[in-house]
Design a binder for this molecule. Structure first.
Ligand code: ATP
Length: 214
């Protein structure tokens, strides 16, 4: 059996425990030895992150410094055109070959939006989807057709993720973490405390750089 490899995309503005902890638990649950974190470049027509790409990268490096589970992939960050997960996963698939099991990790909120992602059906041709729980979001899709799509791909057996190269959706029983980057930015703007929400090294960097103050 070839070891399953997983990527985890997002804006990470800033990275927080709601990103890191569910994925560490997921990795233990299903036997993942490496998770590739891939911060995205935000296209010009979308609201821009408050932190620059370099700052988001620096915060991620601090957050994963003592966590060998994670590594950073800068391919989307270095692009100055929109990054589509479908394109990134196609490229990753051609690098890894047709039989390597690959997965993309998302939170429950992203699963609900997933059918609006560019070329979303092709994502499952190249990878499995691993979904972490997130409080405040239903586990069923809004449209019946999307619910059927979900059920067609759903598996409750983690072995399926290691045996097939792509095509399964796994709803992981990870704990809920009521943390978001938006909440952190809002708290910091008001001078509030976020000590429990993100690594101390990342918080120190935020303060040193004067981030999220206005
Ligand atoms: P923002 O509040 O700025 O929208 P965010 O906290 O949702 O940001 P993103 O960088 O947009 O973070 O998310 C990257 C990925 O992490 C997404 O798939 C998202 O669903 C997931 N994620 C973020 N926070 C949590 C959480 N608390 N629990 C589970 N998944 C999460």
């Amino acid at each position: 059996m070839t070891a399953l490899k997983a990527m985890y995309g997002g804006t990470f503005d800033p990275v927080h425990y709601g990103h890191l902890k569910p994925v560490e638990i997921l990795a233990n649950l299903i036997g993942l030895s490496r998770v590739i974190i891939m911060p995205n470049n935000v296209p010009p027509h979308r609201p821009q992150p408050e932190a620059t790409s370099a700052q988001r990268k620096a915060m991620l490096e601090l957050a994963i410094a003592d966590k060998p589970l994670f590594e950073l992939d800068e391919r989307e960050l270095q692009r100055d055109t929109p990054s589509y997960t479908s394109e990134t996963l196609k490229a990753w698939r051609s690098e890894q070959g047709p039989t390597q099991p690959l997965a993309f990790i998302i939170g429950q909120d992203s699963l609900l939006n997933f059918p609006s992602w560019h070329d979303y059906e092709s994502i499952l041709e190249n990878a499995h989807l691993l979904v972490c729980r997130r409080p405040g979001y239903p586990m069923t899709m809004k449209e019946e057709a999307h619910q059927q799509w979900l059920e067609r791909h759903l598996t409750h057996n983690a072995d399926d993720l290691h045996c097939a190269p792509a095509g399964k959706i796994y709803l992981a029983e990870t704990p809920w973490f009521n943390i978001s980057a938006t909440l952190i930015r809002e708290r910091l703007q008001k001078g509030g405390s976020c000590d429990e929400m993100l690594p101390a090294s990342v918080l120190a960097y935020i303060h040193a750089q004067g981030l999220y103050r206005s």
